[in-house]
Ligand binder design. Structure first.
Ligand code: GDP
Ligand code: MG
Length: 705
């Protein structure tokens, strides 16, 4: 800038775009830290010698996603950039754009540019962009945006000299054509604001109208004036803002088309057209999607069995081995009966999760998933969901935790919340062992139509049941939840590509890691609590177990194993867990359950897969978790009141339905807490799902008994 005084340069950008790194490189040790007036937000200023003659004052503004003030930090940015009389108002702005998150970062840039302050765009994180197989053409970008563009790597300091050189030459703006011309939507109101407040820029006046009710740095008197203008010209705040976002993204997409190149294998354009005709076809589209889903589930169950068995075996052998090596005692028991099986219970789901996400990420990488989103959007919308809800719902079949995290792509708050709320109804892999054992117990192993199998059909029925519960609950929530925010699907269909296998691998790894860390913490903690509840009890019944069994049975007739089993079962009955089980018996009797099932329900409230292990202990199998034997014991179990088997069709079916619907997963609740930032939704979800489970199980038992 050819000014003789020291020009002020403000650094603006999304949080983590590299502002502070750039600031440090520009100013070196020549900086000082203070506060912005009136608020405790760090204000960093410093000086930078741009060239031999020009020295500039640099100010590092707080990170912001948009000009609209959603936080104190963002308010500061608007107050400084929008108000010419603010002592910190800059002569020019450097917008730092995280190029690896190009689209979202450019949104802020387009807003800043419309404030009509001279702007330079620093295209940061170019090293990351290059790694992902993209390239951004800075020259084309500069042409399209009509501002100087400098590629930088702020962490290393690359591009800083060039940036200084460009900054030294920046001239004051003439009138540039705005990217979003607010004048097209509310020109008269803007003119009146400009007259009243002595503002020069259209976009600043427009922002005053947008913000006056929420921005407390606007005085009460000014607020009144702005309010009157808004009413006089019927300024529809949300409507216009929606149009603004659309116009900005349209402009950004144009820029991206011109300046961003993807360096990977494309299908030719004609192919894309033909494939789209097929994949989004009114009938074939759905048929193909269903077929792909079918293939995915077949593969998950076919491929995951072997690694899952290996993991299972490894952990149980580890337990046995440690038990033999370590001195006997409570600590050893906690480790071998609580902690190690607890960790094993988490790790065992990794193969299914990894395989599922491999498929999902291939579908996303190739571009097919966008077609599914497009295809399903209309249907999902009827149920209060969104085309993008398809991915979380499918992922929910492996595990609700990564599935709920995948809802972050849904922009509309209500639709995202509904998706989060209903996803745990999808039958996750933790329900599978419970389904397997109960179905084997109550459904005969008979062929149907020659190729299918009755038990297999029943299993499929359980998955369908979960899906129906999800969809219907969503529809109910759509009616209950009120929101003004309307959503629209804005997306372009990308061209088909060959997937980048590195990304597929990364997704598999990331999702599995998140699952292990997030679910792991909670499952582990709960395993320990459960172990304590099942290993200790009031009074001295626990210590007396051996003697009680000796008194009750003819010990000479029992093998060592049988004796041990009887002791374990006796201990569990008299443990705290057993006492809880008995306490809830009156509540679950109408569902067809007894206190033993009560224990299993209580223990599996932490995580469903605990059910089978608890059953194994209750029916005194001891250490060997052989499914066949548990099944045998469960089949022989007699209901003392009726003299009939405990697991009648009605009781077994009722239990199946209970497990299909109940929210028995602490980890999911923890994730919902994190994603919705509060306890309201997880508590509602827990209450609702438990109520649905209880009532359906009650209905099933009373109808079929
Ligand atoms: P701010 O929040 O905008 O102030 O961003 P920071 O300057 O604190 O940077 C956020 C993170 O991005 C830090 O870990 C930086 O080291 C890193 N970072 C900054 N610039 C680059 C870059 O050009 N390439 C890479 N790979 N990382 C960068
Ligand atoms: Mg910073």
């Amino acid at each position: 800038m050819s000014q003789s005084s020291t020009p002020k340069i403000a650094l603006v950008g999304n949080p983590n775009s590299g502002k502070s790194s750039l600031f440090n490189h520009l100013t070196g040790l020549n900086q000082k830290i203070g506060n912005f007036p009136g608020v405790t937000v760090d204000k960093k200023t410093g000086f930078c010698q741009l060239n031999k003659t020009t020295r500039a004052e640099i100010i590092d503004l707080p990170g912001t996603y948009s000009i609209y003030p959603n936080s104190t930090d963002e308010k500061i940015v608007f107050d400084i950039l929008g108000n010419r009389s603010n002592p910190l108002h800059p002569d020019m702005v450097v917008v730092i754009v995280d190029a690896s998150n190009f689209k979202r970062n450019l949104l802020l840039f387009t807003q800043i540019r419309d404030l009509n302050i001279p702007v330079v765009l620093a295209l940061n994180m170019m090293d990351i962009v290059e790694k992902t197989g993209l390239s951004i053409d800075a020259k084309k970008l500069a042409e399209r945006l009509q501002v100087p563009v400098v590629p930088t790597r702020a962490r290393k300091g690359t591009g800083i000299d060039k940036l200084k050189e460009v900054l030294a030459q920046v001239k004051p703006n003439g009138q540039v054509k705005p990217i979003f011309d607010a004048r097209n939507h509310c020109g008269d109101a803007i003119d009146e604001v400009k007259r009243n407040f002595n503002i020069e820029e259209d976009y600043v006046a427009y922002q005053m109208l947008q913000q006056y009710s929420i921005n407390d740095s606007i005085s009460d008197r000014d607020k009144l004036v702005l309010g009157e203008i808004a009413i006089k010209y019927d300024f529809k705040k949300d409507d216009i803002r929606r149009k603004e976002t659309l116009e900005r993204y349209a402009a950004i997409n144009h820029v991206i088309d011109a300046a961003v190149k993807e360096n990977f294998a494309y299908l030719p354009k004609e192919w894309t057209k033909k494939l789209d005709g097929l994949f989004t076809h009114k009938i074939w589209g759905y048929a193909i999607f269903l077929f792909i889903l079918f293939l995915i589930f077949q593969s998950i169950f076919a491929w995951a069995t072997v690694p899952m068995d290996i993991i299972d075996l490894t952990f149980s052998e580890l337990s046995v081995a440690l038990k033999n090596v370590l001195p006997a005692g409570a600590l050893t028991n906690l480790l071998t009966e609580g902690i190690i099986p607890g960790i094993g219970g988490i790790v065992i789901f990794i193969p299914q999760i990894a395989i599922l996400f491999a498929f999902i990420s291939v579908l996303e990488e190739t571009g097919y998933m966008s077609r599914v989103v497009f295809l399903m959007d209309k249907i999902m919308r009827k149920f209060g969901l969104n085309g993008k809800s398809v991915v979380p719902l499918i992922s929910g079949v492996a595990c609700a935790i990564p599935a709920i995290m995948a809802t972050r792509t849904i922009e509309n708050w209500k639709e995202r919340l509904i998706t989060i709320f209903v996803t745990p109804f999808m039958s996750c892999s933790a329900r599978l062992p419970v389904y397997t054992i109960l179905i084997a117990l109550i459904i005969p192993d008979e062929p149907v139509l020659g190729i299918l199998n009755l038990q297999g059909l029943a299993l499929m029925g359980m998955y369908l049941l979960g899906f129906l519960a999800a969809i219907l609950s969503a529809a109910a929530m759509k009616l209950i939840l009120k929101t003004k925010e309307r959503s629209f699907l804005v997306m372009e269909l990308p061209t088909y590509k060959v997937p980048r296998w590195k990304n597929v691998g990364m997704t598999m790894f990331e999702k599995s890691k998140t699952f292990v860390l997030e679910a792991g913490k909670i499952i582990l903690a709960i395993s320990v609590v459960l172990w304590v509840l099942a290993s200790y009890g009031p009074g001295d019944e626990m210590e007396m177990a051996e003697q009680r069994i000796t008194a009750q049975y003819d010990v000479s007739q029992l093998s060592d194993v049988e004796f041990g089993n009887k002791v374990d079962a006796y201990k569990l009955e008299h443990s705290y867990a057993g006492i809880f089980g008995k306490a809830i018996e009156p509540a679950i009797e109408p569902l067809g359950y007894d206190w033993k099932i009560g224990i299993a329900i209580i223990t599996s409230f932490a995580a469903r897969e605990v059910f089978v292990g608890t059953m194994a202990t209750i029916y005194s199998i001891g250490g060997v978790e052989d499914e066949g034997t548990i099944k045998g014991r469960m089949r022989n179990e007699i209901n003392p009141k009726t003299g009939e088997p405990r697991y009648t069709f009605a009781a077994g079916f009722s239990l199946l339905v209970f497990y299909a619907f109940a929210m028995q997963c602490m980890s999911t609740l923890a994730i919902v807490y994190r994603e919705t930032k509060g306890w309201k939704w997880p508590i509602l979800q827990f209450t609702y799902m438990t109520a649905v489970a209880y009532l359906s199980a009650l209905l099933v038992f009373q109808v079929f008994k």
